[in-house]
Design a protein around this ligand. Structure first.
Ligand code: RIB
Ligand code: CA
Length: 307
């Protein structure tokens, strides 16, 4: 596999940290830009967490400051899960902002995508505000986008509300813009992350991997699931898995629409596997052991690659 150029829109966030880390050290990905956005916690924290992570990992991928709030929806927060700063459990050394590229994220992403000799894959692991702004400001950008891969949506019960998953609920209007873009879209919904929980044995494996593994172990040990479930769920890496090891997933064609008007249904993902108007491929199952092996191997590669 030649290296896929990738842009990551993210709201780190503990599971985002894991997804970004594995992406940065994958031999099959060329991360061109990281776009921290509001989401789990405020933009000031997601931006600094991104810079601090790159400092810790000794990487130098350009960072574009993303959106500060959703397009229309009221701002929500998952600080109760990820901690006030979004990375409860590990004290990263404070980085300077030298990796931040000045300018609007939509414009910076547009230029990166249109200048790329190969089509660029977009990875969305937070609210999709910045991808929506990109698509609305620069409609021709679709010409050089390979696909959009997201962690988001839910087939059954949501985690933000009975019908809505957090990333989609964070900015339903933005999510609907993405699903109506006509681009190839792959979705790792809540059910996949709920199934690929990390076991205590896998936690110990991760911790033994090295300083990167220990950082992730420390963060995972501090995730507070709202439902009190002691099993550790890492949602965002499942979207990276859809790009790098799609063979471990069961993926089905579907029509996905996002509810943007209902009082009790706002942010709901309406996923229809029976529709003939397919606009997305949705993961409906995963080989848990194969994914766990891939994930732990990705952490090991990060420890080996971090000089
Ligand atoms: O619903 C899980 C998603 O919401 C993950 O991306 C997590 O980081 C939070 O943003
Ligand atoms: Ca996230």
């Amino acid at each position: 596999m030649t290296k896929k150029p990738l842009i990551i829109s993210t709201d780190p966030g503990i599971d985002d940290i894991a997804a970004i880390t594995i992406s940065l050290f994958s031999k099959d990905l060329d991360v061109k830009m990281i776009v921290p956005t509001w989401g789990n916690v405020a933009l000031e924290y997601t931006l600094q967490n991104t810079l601090n992570l790159e400092k810790f990992l000794h990487t130098g991928v350009p960072v574009a400051e993303g959106a500060n709030q959703p397009l229309v929806a009221p701002k929500i927060s998952a600080a109760s899960v990820h901690g006030k700063t979004g990375v409860a459990g590990f004290d990263f050394e404070e980085a300077t902002n030298e990796l931040v590229v000045p300018g609007l994220a939509a414009t910076l992403m547009y230029n990166e995508i249109m200048d790329s000799p190969e089509k660029v894959t977009l990875l969305g692991i937070g609210p999709l505000t910045d991808f929506a702004l990109l698509l609305k400001q620069y409609p021709n950008v679709v010409e050089n986008i390979e696909e959009i891969v997201i962690m988001g949506a839910n087939i059954g019960r949501g985690n933000h509300s009975p019908l809505a998953e957090y990333n989609i609920a964070g900015d339903p209007e933005a999510a609907q813009v993405v699903f109506q873009s006509g681009l190839p879209i792959k979705v790792a919904p809540l059910e996949i992350g709920n199934k690929t929980h990390i076991t205590p044995e896998e936690m110990r494996e991760i911790d033994k991997s090295g300083e990167v593994g220990h950082m992730l172990y420390s963060l995972f040990s501090n995730i507070h699931e709202p439902d009190g479930d002691p099993r550790i769920k890492i949602f965002d890496p499942t979207a990276v898995g859809l790009i790098l090891c799609p063979e471990v997933f069961t993926i089905r064609d579907a029509n996905v629409q996002i509810e943007t008007s209902g009082k009790f249904t706002y942010g709901a993902s309406v996923i229809d596997f029976m529709s003939e108007e397919v606009n997305a491929q949705v993961a409906t199952d995963v080989d848990v052991d194969s994914f766990a092996n891939w994930f732990i191997d990705g952490v090991r590669k990060a420890d080996q690659g971090r000089q």
